[in-house]
Design a binder for this molecule. Structure first.
Ligand SMILES: *[C@@H]1O[C@H](CO)[C@@H](O)[C@H](O)[C@H]1NC(C)=O
Ligand SMILES: *[C@@H]1O[C@H](CO)[C@@H](O)[C@H](O)[C@H]1NC(C)=O
Ligand SMILES: *[C@@H]1O[C@H](CO)[C@@H](O)[C@H](O)[C@H]1NC(C)=O
Ligand SMILES: *[C@@H]1O[C@H](CO)[C@@H](O)[C@H](O)[C@H]1NC(C)=O
Ligand SMILES: *[C@@H]1O[C@H](CO)[C@@H](O)[C@H](O)[C@H]1NC(C)=O
Ligand SMILES: *[C@@H]1O[C@H](CO)[C@@H](O)[C@H](O)[C@H]1NC(C)=O
Length: 786
C-alpha cells in the first residue's frame, strides 16, 4: 500500500464514526478483493460471495436452507459445495443480511433484524481482505501483515497449509448437513496432547479422551500441522516432527482437493477428491482417527439412555431400550431417549414394574452397586426390582450391576455376552402420575383463622373428640436419643384431621403426604406423611426422620409437629407450607424474580450450614433438591424430608453402601468407595444453586441442543467462555446484577467439584454468597485425560 493510497484511507477511517457504514456497492467481479466499505448482501445471486483467484474457494453467504445462510468458506469448484469454515454456525442469518468490511477496518455482519456481530474488530485496523487459494480468508493491515485469518479460528475442518497452535479446538457439527456445533471436540490441549473427547458429559461419567496423541509433556509448545502435501503431524518449536497423525497417500498431490474434518460422529477424518470440474463424485476417506475403533465405541454417540447398533454399512443406528421410551428428538436420534413413565422411589411399588430384557447390550458406566455372589439373571432382575433406586441392571458372567438413569454409552456388544435388564413401569396407578414438581407436601406453617374453620373444627371435635390440650411427652425408646416435645398422635386423630387421607399433596421419600387441619389450642394446618408399609426402608426412615428433625430448630428447616407410631402405621406430622416446593416455584409458569431467587439461595445455604455446623452432632441431609425445599407463607425456604439424613458423631465420616439422595443431585463419591462427608450436601446444594440462578432444571431432556441438556455443563461452558449473561437471558433484573450472577455461578461451580475436599464447607458457601469472602475462579473440572 503506497503512502498516496494511505492518505485517503486514513481520512476515511478518521471520519467513520458509525461502526457499519453500509455502502451497497456490488461487484460483478467475483474474485475482486474486498475493499474497505464493501458490503455483501445475502441473496441467491452470485454477488453474495467472493471466490479465490483460482476459483477453488469462496467466502460469503452459504445457503443452508431456504432463506438460511451461514457466513462461511467453501469449496466452490466442485458440485458438492463443501463448507469448511463458518462464522455463525449456531446462528444462521436470513435473507437481507449483510457482511460488511467497515471503513474503520473491521469485519462483521448484520442480520436481517439489524443485529450486529463482529468477525474481526481488533484495534489494528485491516485495510484489505481476501479469500486465498488455500481457503483462508485473510485480513491485512496497512503494513501487509495478517491481522486476522480464518485459518486461526477453525470450526470443524482443517485444510492443507493450515496449522493450529495449542489451545485451539475443532468442534464437530451436529449432523452431516446440520452445521450447528455438535458434541465432539478435537482439542489441542495446552499440554501438547491432541485429544478427541465428547463435550457435555462431565457430570455423568469421568470424561476420558477416546483418542490421544500422547504428546503431552514436550519441552516446547507444539503446532499441529496439515502440510500442503496432505500430511498431518505435530512439530515442536524447532520444527522437529514429534508425532505423525496421518500420512498422505494421494498422488500426484496437486490433482486432489484435501480436507481433514472432525465429523459429527466423533471421528477425525482426512478426505480427498480428484480435481475435475466434471467430477460429480464425492469425497473419499484417506484416513480415520481413531483408526482402531468402531462407530459405536465413540462415547455418548447415542446420547443418554439410547444404545448404538452398527448397521450393514458399519454406520451408527441409535435405538431406545424399549417402546415405553421415545427419542428426545425424533429428527436427531443421536440425542438419546427419554422414559415415558415415571421412575424413582416416590410411592414405589414393585408390582408396578416389569423388565425388558436386551441380550448383548451393555451400558458400561454408572453402576452404583455390584452383586457378585451366586447371581443369575433372574436374581439380578429381582434385586433390581426390590430396589426403588435401580432403573436398570446389567447381568454378565454371574455378576449383576445395578444402575440408575440416565444410562450412558449404551451399545450392542456380542463379545461380552451380557444382558441388559431395563425396568419398565407397567401400571400407572390412578393418582401416581403427578409430576415431580407437584411434590408439595409440607408447605408453610401458619395458623389459619379460627372463624374460617369453625365449621370444620366443630365437625372434627364432634366426630372424633380430638384432644384439645397439647401433650408433651417423650418419644418412645425405639427412637434413639431423642428428647423433644413432639406430639404422639393416635392414628384415628390423624385420619380425622386429614378427612380420611383425602387431599394428597404429593410424595415424600417412601410415602405419600396429605393435608390436614388439627386443633392444638389454635387450628393448625398440617401435612401428614404416611409411610408405605410395603417399603422396608420406611421403618428406618421413620426413626431417622424423627430423631434427626426432632433435634433441630432453625427458621430454614421445616418444623415437625408430631408423629404416630401405632401398630403398623407410621406417620409424621409437619407444619403445612402454603407455597409449595422450590421446584414448583422455580420451574412453574411464572419465573420468580432475581431478588426472590437470591434470597432463597441465602436461606437454604444457612439452613444447610445449621445442619452441618450448628447442631449438637452434625447432620447430613443427603437428599438436598428443590422438591425438598418448601416455602412458607412468606416464601421463606424450609428444608424438609430428612428421611435419608445421617447423623454423624463429630469428626466422623462413614462409608455406607446405600446410595442415598436423588439422581442428579448426588455427589460422585457415593459411587466410589470413599467416605461420605457433609460435602455431599454441598454438592447437591451446588447443583440446586445453579438451578436457582438459571431457573432451569439440572437436566432437561426436552432441550434439543446437547449443550443445554445438562445444566451444570452448560453453566460451566458459559462461565469459562465469559458468557455468564447467557444463563439469565431475558431476565432484566439479573442482567443488571450480572456480578452477583457470576458470584453465585462461581460458588455453584466450587460446590460441584468432583473432589469433595476441594468443595468449600457450607459455612464458606454462606460467606461467599453473602459476599463476606471473595470467590476465586473455580478450578476447571473438565480437564481431559487419556
Ligand atoms: C488481493 O489481495 C491479495 C493479497 O493482498 C493480493 O495478492 C492480490 O493481488 C489482490 N487481488 C486483486 C485482484 O486485487
Ligand atoms: C452466477 O454466475 C455464473 C457464471 O458467471 C452464471 O452462470 C450463473 O447463472 C450466475 N448465477 C446467478 C444466480 O446469477
Ligand atoms: C468486539 O466484538 C466482540 C464480539 O462481538 C464484542 O464482545 C466486543 O465488545 C467488541 N469490541 C469492540 C471494541 O467493539
Ligand atoms: C524438538 O524435538 C527434537 C527431537 O525430539 C529435540 O531434539 C529438540 O530439542 C526439540 N526442540 C525443543 C525446543 O524442545
Ligand atoms: C509434508 O510432510 C511430509 C512428511 O513429513 C514431507 O515429506 C513433505 O515434504 C511435506 N510437504 C511440504 C509441502 O512441506
Ligand atoms: C422433524 O422434522 C420435521 C420435518 O423437517 C418437522 O416438521 C418436525 O417438526 C421435526 N420434529 C421435531 C421434533 O423437531
Amino acid at each position: 500500500m503506497t503512502p498516496a493510497v494511505m492518505a485517503p484511507l486514513t481520512a476515511l477511517l478518521f471520519f467513520s464514526s458509525l461502526p457499519f457504514l453500509s455502502l451497497p456497492r456490488v461487484s460483478s467481479q467475483l474474485n475482486k478483493n474486498i475493499t474497505l466499505g464493501t458490503s455483501l448482501l445475502s441473496s441467491s445471486s452470485n454477488d453474495s460471495y467472493r471466490v479465490s483467484p483460482s476459483g477453488e474457494f469462496a467466502f460469503g453467504f452459504y445457503s443452508i436452507d431456504r432463506d438460511q445462510f451461514l457466513i462461511g468458506i467453501w469449496f466452490a469448484a466442485i458440485s458438492e459445495k463443501t463448507l469448511v469454515w463458518s462464522a455463525n454456525r449456531d446462528q444462521p442469518v436470513q435473507d437481507g443480511s449483510i457482511i460488511q468490511f467497515t471503513l474503520d477496518g473491521k469485519l462483521g455482519f448484520t442480520d436481517s433484524h439489524g443485529q450486529q456481530s463482529w468477525i474481526y474488530n481488533g484495534t489494528d485496523a485491516a485495510t484489505s481482505a481476501s479469500i486465498l487459494d488455500t481457503g483462508s480468508f485473510v485480513l491485512l493491515n496497512s503494513r501487509s501483515s495478517i491481522v486476522w485469518q480464518s485459518f486461526d479460528h477453525p470450526t470443524d475442518t482443517l485444510l492443507p497449509g493450515q496449522s493450529i497452535s495449542e489451545g485451539t479446538n475443532l468442534a464437530s457439527s451436529r449432523l452431516e448437513r446440520d452445521y450447528r456445533t455438535g458434541r465432539y471436540l478435537l482439542g489441542f490441549q495446552t499440554d501438547g496432547n491432541l485429544v478427541l473427547y465428547q463435550k457435555y458429559r462431565q457430570n455423568l461419567v469421568p470424561n476420558v479422551a477416546y483418542y490421544a496423541s500422547g504428546t503431552d509433556g514436550a519441552n516446547s509448545p507444539l503446532t499441529f500441522v496439515f502440510n500442503r502435501t496432505g500430511n498431518l503431524y505435530l512439530i515442536n518449536s524447532t520444527n522437529q516432527i514429534i508425532s505423525t497423525i496421518s500420512s498422505n497417500i494421494v498422488n500426484p498431490v496437486e490433482d486432489y482437493y484435501q480436507r481433514a474434518t472432525l465429523d459429527f460422529d466423533g471421528f477425525f477424518r482426512q478426505y480427498s477428491l480428484l480435481k475435475n470440474p466434471n467430477n460429480g463424485e464425492s469425497w473419499t476417506r484417506v484416513s480415520t482417527i481413531p483408526g482402531d475403533k468402531d462407530a459405536c465405541s465413540v462415547p455418548g454417540i447415542c446420547g443418554l439412555n439410547g444404545y448404538c447398533v452398527l448397521n450393514q454399512d458399519e454406520k451408527v443406528e441409535c435405538r431406545c431400550p424399549h417402546e415405553s421410551f421415545s427419542f428426545i428428538d425424533p429428527n436427531y436420534t443421536y440425542a438419546g431417549c427419554k422414559n415415558d413413565f415415571s421412575i424413582g422411589c416416590d410411592a414405589y411399588s414393585e408390582l408396578d414394574y416389569s423388565f425388558s430384557r436386551l441380550d448383548n447390550i451393555d451400558w458400561p458406566y454408572g453402576d452404583y452397586e455390584r452383586l457378585d455372589s451366586d447371581m443369575d439373571v433372574e436374581k439380578c432382575m429381582e434385586a433390581c426390582k426390590a430396589d426403588c433406586w435401580c432403573d436398570a441392571a446389567i447381568y454378565r458372567t454371574q455378576k449383576c450391576w445395578k444402575k440408575r438413569m440416565p444410562l450412558t454409552d449404551g451399545r450392542e456388544d456380542g463379545t461380552l455376552g451380557g444382558t441388559a435388564l431395563i425396568k419398565i413401569r407397567e401400571r400407572s396407578p390412578a393418582k401416581k402420575e403427578e409430576k415431580e414438581g407437584k411434590n408439595l407436601f409440607v408447605v408453610g406453617g401458619f395458623l389459619i383463622s379460627a372463624s374460617a374453620f369453625l365449621f370444620l373444627l366443630t365437625m372434627v371435635v364432634i366426630a372424633y373428640s380430638v384432644r384439645r390440650r397439647r401433650a408433651f411427652i417423650r418419644i418412645p425408646t425405639t427412637i434413639e436419643n431423642v428428647e423433644t416435645n413432639l406430639i404422639p398422635f393416635k392414628y384415628s386423630q390423624l385420619q380425622a384431621a386429614t378427612d380420611g387421607f383425602k387431599e394428597r399433596l404429593g410424595n415424600g421419600s417412601f410415602g405419600s403426604v396429605y393435608k390436614g387441619v388439627i386443633e392444638l389450642g389454635d387450628l393448625l394446618e398440617i401435612a401428614v406423611k404416611r409411610l408405605d408399609k410395603i417399603v422396608e426402608r420406611g421403618e428406618k426412615e421413620f426413626r431417622t426422620e424423627l430423631s434427626v428433625i426432632g433435634r433441630t430448630h432453625h427458621k430454614n428447616l421445616v418444623r415437625l409437629v408430631g408423629f404416630c407410631d401405632e401398630g403398623n402405621q407410621r406417620l409424621i406430622v409437619y407444619e403445612f407450607m402454603s407455597n409449595g416446593s422450590l421446584a414448583d416455584f422455580l420451574f412453574g409458569s411464572i419465573r420468580p424474580t432475581w431478588g426472590e431467587r437470591t434470597r432463597l439461595a441465602f436461606g437454604i445455604a444457612r439452613g444447610i450450614m445449621y445442619l452441618h455446623d450448628e447442631c449438637e452432632s452434625p447432620i447430613i441431609h443427603c437428599d438436598i433438591k428443590p422438591q425438598n425445599i418448601l416455602l412458607d407463607r412468606t416464601y421463606t425456604p424450609k428444608i424438609a424430608d430428612f428421611g435419608l439424613a445421617k447423623l454423624l458423631q463429630s469428626d466422623q465420616t462413614r462409608t455406607d453402601t446405600d446410595i442415598r439422595g436423588t439422581r442428579g443431585y448426588v455427589a460422585p463419591e457415593w459411587f466410589r468407595n470413599v467416605p461420605i462427608s457433609a460435602k455431599v450436601d454441598v454438592y447437591s446444594f451446588g447443583i440446586m444453586l445453579l438451578e436457582i440462578v438459571c431457573c432451569k432444571r439440572r437436566m432437561d431432556l426436552s432441550q434439543g441442543l446437547d449443550k443445554q441438556v445438562i445444566l451444570s455443563d452448560w453453566v460451566y461452558d458459559c462461565f469459562y467462555e465469559g458468557m455468564v449473561h447467557e444463563l439469565v437471558e431475558g431476565d432484566e433484573e439479573a442482567l443488571d446484577d450480572v456480578n452477583q450472577v457470576e458470584r453465585l455461578v462461581k460458588v455453584g461451580l466450587w460446590c460441584i467439584q468432583q473432589d469433595p475436599s476441594v468443595r468449600p464447607s457450607m459455612k464458606a458457601v454462606v460467606q461467599m454468597i453473602e459476599g463476606t469472602i471473595e470467590v476465586g475462579v473455580p478450578p476447571s473440572s473438565s480437564s481431559i485425560w487419556s
